[in-house]
Structures are given as C-alpha cells and as structure tokens.
Design a protein around this ligand. Sequence first.
Ligand SMILES: Cc1cc2nc3c(=O)[nH]c(=O)nc-3n(C[C@H](O)[C@H](O)[C@H](O)COP(=O)(O)OP(=O)(O)OC[C@H]3O[C@@H](n4cnc5c(N)ncnc54)[C@H](O)[C@@H]3O)c2cc1C
Ligand code: FES
Ligand code: FES
Length: 494
Amino acid sequence: MRKDQARPVRFLLGDEPRELSGLDPNMTVLSYLRRVERRVGTKEGCGEGDCGACTVVLGEVEGDRLRYRAVNSCIQFVGTLDGKQLLTVEDLAAPDGDLHPCQQALVDCHGSQCGFCTPGFVMSLFALYQEPGPADRNRIDDALAGNLCRCTGYGPIAAAAKTMKAIGKPDRFARHAKQTIAALRKLDDGAMPQLEGDGRRYFAPRSVNALGQLLMQHPGATILAGGTDAGLWVTKQLRQLDPVISVGEVAELKTITVNDRWIEIGAAVTYADAMATIEAHHPDMAAMMRRLGSEQIRNAGTIGGNIANGSPIGDSPPPLIALGSRVVLRRGDRYRELALEDFFLDYGKQDRQSAEFLVAVRVPVADPKRILRCYKVAKRFDQDITAALGAFVLTLDGSMVEDIRICFGGMAPVPKRARQTEAALNGKEWNRDNVEAACWIISEDYTPITDMRASARYRLRVAQNLLRKFFIETTEPTIRTRILAERRAAHARA
Ligand SMILES: Cc1cc2nc3c(=O)[nH]c(=O)nc-3n(C[C@H](O)[C@H](O)[C@H](O)COP(=O)(O)OP(=O)(O)OC[C@H]3O[C@@H](n4cnc5c(N)ncnc54)[C@H](O)[C@@H]3O)c2cc1C
Ligand code: FES
Ligand code: FES
C-alpha cells in the first residue's frame, strides 16, 4: 500500500489483532476498553490523567526489541493505538490462572485493600518489571508516582515492586517477544491510519510532507501529539474535536539529533525519549522534567506539545528560553525558525498561523562556561502543576557576569524573560549585594496574578528567593540547597 493511502487503525489487544472502523475518533482508549471490548478491569478515577486507575501498557517495536510503557488510557484517543500492543490487567495472568510476578508480589506484600486502584498499579508494576536490571527506590517511586491509592498506603505497593524485581526472570511476554514483534510488524504496511465515525475524522500521516499537506487541506484541524492536554478537552470540557491530525506517526518528528551547536528535538518526541539526551547536556533541566506530570504523562506527552499549547505554566519553556532555544515551524512546504521566547505572544496566543505546525525545538548543547539551574515550585513534589518556575543561565568572566538569562513561568501571561533584572546584573560583579539589588527589580519585570496555585505576593517572593538560591548554588556549593535530591542520591546508593 502507498504511504499516502489511508487504512483503518490496527493494533494488538493482548495477542489478538484488532482493526477499528466506524468509531468516534474522540473515543478514549478507556471508553473503548470498557464499552466496546467489555474489559472492565481498567478503571476510571479522575478522567484527567491524575490518578492512574486507568493505567494500561503499550508495547511498541523499537529497533529489534519490544518496549513497554505505561500510559493513562483515560486521555489517549483510540486512533493512537495504531501499530501498538495494548495490554490491560486482563492480559497478565497466564491462561492456567497463574498470576504474573507483579500481581503475585502485590498479593504477597498485601498491596491492595478496596482494589479500585489495583489494576492501575499492576500495570505500572508490569511496565517496571519489563525494564532490564534492578530498580532502586528512586526508580520505584518514579514508576509509581502517577498512581494514587486512598486506602492501602504506598509502603506495601513499593515493597511489591522491590520483591517482583528481585524475582526478575523473563516472563511469558519477554519469552514471546519475537512473535509479538512479528505480529506488530505485520500490521504496518506504511500507509496512513485513519478513523472516521459519528461524523468525526482522525488522520495519522506518516511523513512530514503528508502532515504539511493534510493541514493545508484541514487548516482548522486539532493537531494531536501525546494528548495529555488535548485529551482533557474531550474528557473534561466535553469538546468534540474534528478533524484530529496526529503527529505521533510522523517519523521525522520523532527523532533527536545532536550537532556541535544544537540538540534538535522533534516535536513528537516524548519526555521519556528526550530525557537521556537532556540529562547528558542539561542535568538540572532533566531533574526538573522528572517532576513533570507522572511516568504515564512523560511516556505520552511531548516537549513540542508543552510549547505549542502556549501555557504560562508549562515547565519546559522557561529553561529552554533561558538556554536560548529556537523553534522550527512549517506551513505547507515552507519552514521558518524563530527564538522560542518570540513564539509566545500573549496569553493563549502564539506566533503560529493556521495549518502551521511545530517541527522541532533546537536547544543549545552543553557549554562548560554556562551554568543552568531551574527550580520548579509546586504544592507537591511529584505530579503537580507549577505555581512558579525559575530558570537561570549564567556565564561568568572571573567574578563578573558576562551574561545572565533569566526566565520565569507562572509569573506572567506567557513564559517571560526578566529583562530588567538581567540588565541590572549583566556586566556587574556576581556578588551578594548586586544579587540583592536585582531581587527588587524582579517586581518591575512581572505582575503575577493570584490564583488557586499561589498568591501574587507569594509568587514574587518565591521568584526573588529563587534568584538568591541560584546565587548561593553558584558561589557557596557547600550550603545544602537540595535536600530532596540528596535523599534521592542516598536512595540510589542504598
Ligand atoms: C496529569 C497531568 C499532569 C501534568 N503535569 C504537567 C506538569 O507538571 N508540567 C507541565 O508543564 N505540564 C503538565 N501537564 C500538561 C501536559 O502534559 C504537557 O503540556 C505536555 O507537554 C503536552 O504535550 P502533548 O504531547 O501531550 O500535547 P497534546 O495534548 O497532544 O497537545 C497540546 C497542544 O499542542 C498542540 N500541538 C501538539 N503538537 C503540535 C505540533 N507539532 N505543532 C503544533 N501544535 C501542536 C495541540 O494542538 C494542543 O494545542 C500535565 C498534564 C496532565 C494530564
Ligand atoms: S482515570 Fe485517573 S488517570 Fe485516568
Ligand atoms: S486499594 Fe483502595 S484505593 Fe488503593
């Protein structure tokens, strides 16, 4: 079949092939499982990606191996299943009834009471089980942070994770990986998956050229990446999206390339896939990203979506802007590039024309002269939306500030640089007096609002204190400013 030809959405449910037609493409994977397949093991809690009760695992072929990742089925649209293996809690026990090691460990460790959260935990544990090697306490915490339990408490569940990893032998999914890979490859003929039902349409073009053309034909379409924002428009705002054009199958948008100047991250690269490269160049940004959403959100969500949604509290724009990142956009077959900070025009308004899409973000590579720190302030450590986020990039010439770039999220209608504060510091000595003086200028750069996450006064105070913290971290490294990071390091050593 030709690449520009359309075909139905195809995937494996467990080991059984499925082909979808006539379904509303706004249907979530959770609704599909419960209403169409009558698989009711997967539960609905919040319907917005927060509680993890709906967690399922998706298997995908990566090179010559199978990779399993947990996602929230409540905010994934059915069309995105194309080419994947969908596993739910019903798939895990062997045909003779033997429990999967992750289920058995949960039983043995008394990790379930009312059981409502349990299928979601089981699927997160299952995804963790498939990862090679042992899992330390940090890895277990990360893998489970997107699952909430109101009655058992997390101790027994974390103990189950540790116990099952100690078993660690290949399960029947690992033993059948070759057959699963062959079955998944058989589904893929290179053509474009399409779904149409209830008068609504979904397209998943396979190339950037096809995406450009489709968007020119449907300039009002909703562009879909990981769906961790767009999914909620349907489940919470009850909007009907038509047509939806997914960037998730566009090979060119799923790549990361590194040259001597830029890390170029394709717009459809997930946080999970970008993490290792960002960690290698900008470890403080990677540490912040570990607190962005949950494992399930990072497995689906993209930096491209975080930029394109234009939110003033998106976590990736402030460090990207402070680093001097640029975005590449395309409309039809024409490309343009601009500084990321110029992409954000006003609240809900970005420099993006209709039918134009984000191709990639270009992030400067690590430079030993430049120090990046970024600080996310939210009410909870894990899985919480930011109240304020400060990102600082400093280049010193001896004790003098050669260049400082400061960008805050949560302080203005868009992620915004603190230009006046920067001007007060550039060319000056990097010392306490100058930093103290600059702290008072932050209020000239920002007029934050009061909302449910924080008051305007709190935000301003936090912004000043983050600048002070940055100063301390760059001048007095023996002062302990990262207590939680120290605790994580201790967990990793234990
Ligand atoms: C439970 C939960 C927790 C979250 N926690 C955080 C958090 O801690 N920090 C944070 O910053 N965000 C958080 N988010 C928000 C969300 O996960 C991020 O904004 C994510 O990066 C969105 O990416 P996506 O790929 O899922 O985008 P989508 O939802 O697919 O799309 C988001 C927007 O971008 C547009 N878009 C996507 N790709 C393109 C493209 N290539 N070209 C043009 N437009 C495009 C879409 O049309 C849409 O307007 C959370 C969300 C949930 C549900
Ligand atoms: S139902 Fe709560 S995360 Fe999906
Ligand atoms: S066992 Fe009841 S919510 Fe977790």
